[in-house]
Design a binder for this molecule. Structure first.
Ligand SMILES: *Cc1c(COP(=O)(O)O)cnc(C)c1O
Length: 227
């Protein structure tokens, strides 16, 4: 299988999962997770029509972005240290992994210096696993409230990483929980907060995430191969 074959397979699986859930496939965006993969492969995916890429590591993203010739769109999806935000300021259109106010404040400061706004998702550790990043479910509402007060950030929704299961159906309750939490937050009608985006689902479980309402699926190895 070539990268283009993989990409087409993932696209058709997204369409099938959307159809089964009675959803329009165009309501789901594919974030091609290109961490550890060279710029040449990202160019290849771009030629096959993939314009949105997700990266986890600041230095790697900055280096690859400088190397790319095609106008790709980047999302930052990994754990982010505040002192590194400056290296991706203005480079990414969305940060999926805001899990604490201090990080949000630094994103606000860096985007503010550019006179721009950054779209962010609040990452929630729905399962409560101690090894996972993300705010707790209980603290999510207050974090969204605090982040929404920052002038250069726009909260667009929530992101989660469920525990790993061999059977993707077992991840579904965590995806569902994120959707319910987003609805609860939406009902608060906080100024400047939208809950339109749910970033959930990876190579092994994106179909299950789509069944539960994912609007952004973050797929790496199913497109680019193993790491
Ligand atoms: C690596 C990564 C992905 C993609 O994982 P695959 O299993 O390769 O699809 C998605 N989201 C996050 C946050 C990641 O770190």
């Amino acid at each position: 299988m070539t990268l283009v074959d993989n990409l087409n397979t993932v696209r058709s699986q997204i369409a099938t999962a959307a159809g089964a859930a009675g959803r329009n496939p165009s309501s789901i965006r594919l974030v091609a997770v290109s961490k550890t993969k060279p710029a040449s492969l990202i160019e290849e995916a771009f030629r096959a029509g993939q314009t949105l890429f997700g990266e986890n590591y600041v230095q790697e993203l900055a280096a690859k972005a400088a190397e790319m010739r095609s106008p790709v769109e980047w999302h930052f999806i990994g754990h982010l240290q505040s002192n590194k935000v400056k290296y991706i300021a203005g480079l990414v259109t969305m940060i999926h992994s805001v899990d604490r106010l201090s990080l949000a404040a630094e994103i606000d400061r860096q985007w503010g210096r550019l006179g721009r706004c950054c779209d962010v998702l609040v990452q929630v550790n729905v399962s409560g696993e101690p090894t996972k990043s993300g705010t707790t479910r209980d603290e999510a509402v207050s974090l969204v409230r605090e982040v929404s007060a920052l002038p250069h950030l726009r909260v667009r929704g929530l992101m989660t990483m469920p525990p790993f299961f061999d059977d993707p159906d077992r991840a579904r309750p965590y995806f569902r929980e994120l959707r319910h939490l987003a609805r609860e937050i939406d009902e608060l009608a906080l100024p400047g907060v939208s809950m339109g985006e749910l970033s959930m689902g990876m190579s092994g479980d994106f179909a299950a995430a789509i069944a539960e309402g994912a609007t952004l699926v973050r797929v790496g190895s199913a497109i680019f191969g193993g790491r």
